[in-house]
Write a protein that binds this ligand. Structure first.
Ligand code: PTT
Length: 608
């Protein structure tokens, strides 16, 4: 089918073999690409219960039919595997030239299997695929590796790499590209490290296939023109995601002191206004007209800051100094670990210290103690001392030290940077996200703060499902950045039209939504199969938001209501066709063409 390359590249590091496999047309139609393809491969091929850090896990880099094309920001790639942080499905979406080059090299996805005997990297140049030695790259930070590999293979070689955190199997290690793009929050970098794989280098000179080239090119130009003439485009280009600090403060959802508060006194020192004044550089993913990468100076050089990083390493830790927050962000980037999880782990340590857990931790760290945070970040990356424990993420740390009530995670993935004391729908979005608590699938909070914030109504659950379909279904399968739609208001109508011109498939919004539902049901089934049991307790947000109200600000006293939340969850399951435990029912699976999934769950005694 036009639009897909129709080829998957499989590299088995154990056998040192690369094979090209055809992409089944029905799989392309039903799962499209990106997350859809990754979830399908993991369901079909992963032996249930496999250790995520064993050679049997599969690390998938999956593009979609729009990846690599000009237009509203299609330089993105999904990276997925069974997660070592959560034990369930994990993925992330990274902006990188490797996305473009993979498609130009003639592939829709790369599936990495096995484990190399020695540190290695994969080199792809069209049909030429080699597994090369990475002995002298092992131990290097992510940015140096990229520089070295580009010296060897040329500036047109795109590099995805891991830093020391990935090598040391930090459970929230990510994969890194372009000195500042980081993807795969649930430990995709650790999976890569467990395979002794330091980098993937991709060159490609071919064409990305198009069903109707002239129509595509015309639409792409028009869509970008519409996006860049949006009234919000100028402000976006000045502040990008960093202005969310000021917005979140105003809405009382800025995480402060490990999500104890929704406001932070020094917010303006780490917000979009401060970033705009200090900015040194602006960088974007490939083929992007929006450039969300705002660079600011930090102690050891400059760094790209985004909202999540500023909030998690700033307000959440009580650090109101952009220079210092930037440095913590830079450490995470060069070491290759996720800023959101890092900010949660450090926030947990500070709160545990305040609550008198110092004896169990073996030390005490005060709120706002930048030096201690810096040292701990490095100790985590190298798994030194207590860093070895913290590198396993807050769920595991709390299992050892105690304090589950203030370990801020869902299913083991740490919460992103929106406090939910007064945001039940956002809490539901975190709790039902297919990878654990990440905002990417349903950033419902911007809508919720404009409605009845304290309501637990059916329309809230419906909004979460609607956003999950679009963000988690559309954008993660044709694989493009959602920012043109979210941030500068590009109409969603463009995407089915672009998709049709690229693939020839008459894609309606209903088609994308159905693919989204199929993927959601499949991923949920994957979790259920991996865990070997399921309960609605797994779809609960952290206890703190129910038990400990906000103590400051205009929403003082706000907290989640357990009964109301239970109702929201029931509405959600009903809308999805899942049972009261959150397991997809047979009829739902059958309707989505997933009868084989229902049969497998029944065989295992796990059916909904
Ligand atoms: C993403 C998550 C985010 S979401 C942020 S900031 W954000 C953090 N960024 C990190 C970073 O930087 N360094 C680091 N060491 N760790 C980091 N962890 C955090 O990772 C990012 C942009 C952003 S910036 C967002 S919202 C959008 N995300 C998209 C998405 O998920 N899907 C999609 N189709 N389009 C998206 N567009 C936007 O892309 P993860 P990126 Mg991403 C320095 O990786 O695992 O999905 O986690 O990767 O290429 O950096 O794009 O305010």
């Amino acid at each position: 089918v036009a639009g897909w390359q129709g080829r998957l590249l499989r590299v088995d590091l154990t056998r040192r073999k690369a094979v090209v496999q055809g992409l089944d047309a029905a799989v392309a139609r039903d799962f499209i690409g990106g997350r859809g393809l990754a979830a399908k491969i993991l369901w079909d091929e992963l032996p249930p219960g496999v250790d995520p850090l064993s050679p049997y896990n599969k690390l998938i880099f999956a593009a979609g039919p729009l990846t690599g094309l000009p237009g509203p920001n299609f330089g993105k790639l999904v990276v997925a595997a069974k997660s070592p942080l959560t034990g369930g499905y994990g993925d992330g979406n990274i902006g990188t030239w490797a996305a473009v080059n993979l498609r130009k090299a003639g592939y829709d996805a790369l599936v990495v299997e096995g484990r190399a005997e020695k540190p290695s990297y994969i080199f792809i140049d069209g049909d030429r695929v080699e597994i090369l030695e990475a002995g002298d790259l092992w131990g290097l930070n992510a940015w140096s590796v990229e520089e070295k590999l580009q010296k060897i293979h040329g500036r047109d070689a795109a590099v995805i790499t891991i830093g020391p955190a990935g090598e040391n199997l930090v459970r929230f290690a990510t994969v890194v590209s372009h000195k500042g793009r980081s993807g795969g929050r649930p430990g995709m970098g650790a999976v890569m490290g467990s395979k002794n794989l330091k980098a993937v280098v991709v060159k490609g000179k071919g064409e990305v296939p198009l069903a109707d080239k002239a129509a595509y090119q015309r639409l792409a130009v028009e869509a970008v023109r519409e996006g860049s003439s949006s009234p919000s485009y100028g402000f976006w280009m000045r502040q990008g995601t960093t202005s969310t600090v000021e917005w979140a403060q105003e809405a009382s959802v800025l995480p402060a002191y490990n999500y104890s508060e929704g406001q932070f006194d020094d917010f303006s020192k780490i917000g979009g206004g401060a970033v705009e004044k200090l900015e040194t550089d602006l960088k974007s993913c490939p083929l992007c007209f929006m450039a969300c990468g705002h660079w600011v100076p930090a102690e050891s050089g400059s760094v790209e800051v985004d909202y999540e990083n500023l909030a998690m390493l700033g307000s959440n830790l009580g650090i109101g100094d952009l220079y210092k927050v930037g440095e913590l962000n830079r450490i995470a980037d060069v070491m290759g670990m996720d800023t959101i999880s890092l900010g949660n782990v450090l926030g947990y340590v500070m709160e545990a210290s305040e609550r008198g857990y110092g004896d169990r931790l073996g030390f005490v760290v005060e709120w706002g103690d930048y030096e201690a945070a810096r040292q701990l970040a490095l100790d985590i990356a190298y798994r030194r001392g207590v860093g070895d424990l913290l590198a396993d993420g807050v769920r595991k740390v709390a299992e050892r030290i105690g304090g589950q009530d203030f370990a801020m995670h869902v299913k083991g993935l740490e919460i992103s940077a929106y406090d939910c004391h007064a945001a039940p729908a956002m809490a539901l979005a975190y709790a039902t996200s297919p990878i654990g608590a990440h905002h990417k699938d349903a950033w419902v909070i911007a809508w919720e703060v404009k409605t009845d914030r304290f309501g637990y109504t059916r329309d809230k659950a419906a909004k979460v499902v609607e956003l999950q379909r679009i963000r988690g279904g559309w954008f993660e399968t044709f694989v493009g950045c959602r920012f043109p739609w979210v941030e500068v208001g590009l109409s969603l109508d463009w995407y089915p039209r672009l998709f049709k011109a690229a693939t020839g498939v008459d894609a309606t919004p209903e088609y994308f939504n159905e693919v989204g539902d199929r993927i959601y049901a499949l991923i949920r089934a994957f979790w259920v199969r991996e865990y070997g049991w399921w309960s609605r307790e797994l779809d609960m947000p952290p206890a703190k938001w129910f038990k400990e109200p906000l103590t400051k600000g205009p929403l003082k006293g706000a907290r989640l209501d357990p009964e109301g939340y239970g109702r929201l969850l029931d509405y959600y399951y009903e809308l999805r066709g899942w049972d009261r435990r959150g397991v997809p029912r047979r009829e739902t699976l059958e309707k989505l063409g997933l009868g084989y999934v229902a049969a497998e769950l029944e065989r295992l005694g796990l059916a909904g």
